[in-house]
Design a protein around this ligand. Structure first.
Ligand code: PLP
Length: 379
C-alpha cells in the first residue's frame, strides 16, 4: 500500500540534498571547540549556517544559539530570561512554552484567545502597561494545530511601548510565511529544523544583541556561553541547507480545495467545523471536526487507508485528551473530541488530497448511516 503523509506539522521529510550534504561530513571528526584543522572546519560550518538562518529571518545584527530542538529553544527563551518577574503566555502556545513557563518561579499570566484562536490584544495592553519591563510575553507566530497566524508586530509595538520583552515561537511559521525578526520587532525567536525539511535534533533561538540569558545547561563555552555541549555539526549544516531550499512561494490552493470540498459535501453544515476559518492561517494546515466520529477513530480509519493525519499536536498524540488549543478557543468538548488535523507539505499533490477526501467522505457516510439507524430505532 502506498502511504500519503499529511502530518507535516509534526515533522517533515528530510530533503535529499540536505541528507546528502550531512552524509558528506558525517565521517569527519568535527568539534568546534578544537583549535586544529577539524575544529576550524567545524566553526566554518556553524558560522555559515548561522549566517544563512539569520539572513533568512532578517536578523543580521542578532545572535543565534543552536539548540537540540524547537522545544529547547522555547525552554531557553523562557527560563533564560531571569530578569523578569512575570511571564505572559497565550493559552494556545505549544506545550513546551506552557510547561517552561509554569516550571519557573515567576508569576504566570495566561492571555485569552477568541473563537478563532486570536489573542486578546486589549488584555495584552493592560498587562504590558501594568508590569512594564518586568514582563516577558511569549506568543507564537503560527499555531501548530490550527495554523492560525497571530498579529505579532502589533503586539510587539504594545510591548515595546511599555518596555517589556517579547518571545515568539516561529517554529510552525518558518517556510510557510515570511518570518522577519526585525519587522516583527521581537527579542527572542524560536525555530526548528525538522519542520522545514532539515534534520531532527537541531533548533535555534535567535536573540537581540541586547538580550542576556541565563544558560540552562552547565558545561563548556559553546554557543557564546549560552548553551553548553558539543554542537551537532552535521545537523547544523543540514539546517542551513534546508534554509537554502525553503520555497519562495507557497499556495493555499490545496487546503482551500479540500475545505471547500468537505463543506460542499455535507448537507447539514453544523456537522462539521473548520477551526480558524475566518482568520489568516498558514497555507498548509486545516483542523476540521466531524461531529459523531471521535478523532482517534478518524485517525485510525485514515491510517488503515494509508493516510497519515493527526488528532492535534504530535506531543499529545497517543493520549486521548482534547486539544488545549480548542479548549482555549471555547470549542465545546463534543466537537473538540472529533477534530482531525491535516498538514500538507511541498510534495503533497491534488491526487493525495482527493484520496484524503474519499476516505473523509467514507467516514462521514458511516456517521450518517449510524445516525439514521438510531433515529429509526428511536422512532
Ligand atoms: N513550537 C511549536 C509551535 C511546535 O509545533 C513544535 C513542534 O511541534 C515545537 C515548538 C517543538 O519543536 P521540536 O519538535 O523541534 O522540539
Amino acid at each position: 500500500m502506498s502511504h500519503i503523509f499529511l502530518d507535516h506539522n509534526s515533522t517533515t521529510p528530510i530533503k535529499p540534498l540536505v541528507k546528502e550534504t550531512m552524509f558528506e561530513v558525517m565521517d569527519t571528526p568535527l568539534n568546534a571547540s578544537s583549535i586544529h584543522y577539524y575544529g576550524r572546519k567545524s566553526k566554518e560550518i556553524i558560522n555559515l549556517s548561522r549566517k544563512k538562518i539569520l539572513n533568512a529571518v532578517n536578523a543580521k545584527n542578532a545572535e543565534i544559539i543552536f539548540t537540540s530542538s524547537g522545544t529547547e529553544a522555547n525552554n531557553l527563551a523562557i527560563k533564560g530570561m531571569h530578569d523578569v518577574d512575570f511571564i505572559a503566555v497565550s493559552a494556545v502556545e505549544h506545550i513546551s512554552v506552557l510547561k517552561s513557563a509554569s516550571s519557573t518561579d515567576k508569576v504566570i499570566i495566561e492571555i485569552p484567545v477568541d473563537r478563532n484562536g486570536i489573542v486578546d490584544i486589549e488584555f495584552i495592553k493592560r498587562i504590558a502597561e501594568e508590569h512594564k519591563k518586568r514582563i516577558l510575553f511569549s506568543i507564537m507566530l503560527a499555531n501548530n494545530e490550527t495554523g492560525v497566524i497571530q498579529h505579532i508586530k502589533a503586539i510587539s509595538e504594545i510591548v515595546r511601548e511599555y518596555g517589556g520583552y517579547m518571545h515568539c515561537d516561529a517554529v510552525q511559521a518558518l517556510g510557510k510565511i515570511d518570518v522577519d525578526f526585525t519587522a516583527l520587532d521581537v527579542d527572542l525567536l524560536s525555530l526548528s529544523s525538522h519542520k522545514v525539511g532539515g534534520p531532527q535534533g537541531v533548533g535555534a533561538l535567535v536573540i537581540k544583541e541586547t538580550i542576556s540569558l541565563k544558560p540552562m545547561i552547565d558545561g563548556g563555552a559553546q554557543e557564546n556561553n549560552n548553551r553548553a555541549g558539543t554542537e551537532n555539526i552535521p545537523a547544523i549544516l543540514g539546517f542551513g541547507m534546508a534554509i537554502d531550499l525553503l520555497s519562495k512561494e507557497v499556495s493555499n490552493d490545496l487546503i482551500n480545495y479540500t475545505e471547500n470540498s468537505i463543506y460542499d459535501y455535507v448537507d447539514d453544515k453544523t456537522d462539521i467545523e473548520i477551526f480558524g476559518r475566518d482568520v489568516s492561517r498558514v497555507y498548509n494546515t486545516t483542523f476540521v471536526a466531524m461531529k459523531g466520529m471521535d478523532s482517534q477513530t478518524q485517525v485510525i480509519n485514515f491510517d488503515l487507508a494509508g493516510i497519515a493525519v493527526s488528532n492535534g499536536s504530535a506531543c499529545s498524540s497517543g493520549t486521548v485528551k482534547n486539544s488545549h488549543v480548542l479548549k482555549a478557543m471555547s470549542i465545546n468538548d463534543e466537537i473538540a473530541s472529533c477534530a482531525v488535523r491535516v498538514s500538507i507539505g511541498e510534495e503533497t499533490t491534488k491526487s493525495d488530497m482527493d484520496r484524503f477526501l474519499e476516505v473523509w467522505k467514507n467516514n462521514y457516510e458511516k456517521v450518517k448511516n449510524r445516525n439514521n439507524i438510531c433515529e429509526r430505532k428511536n422512532a
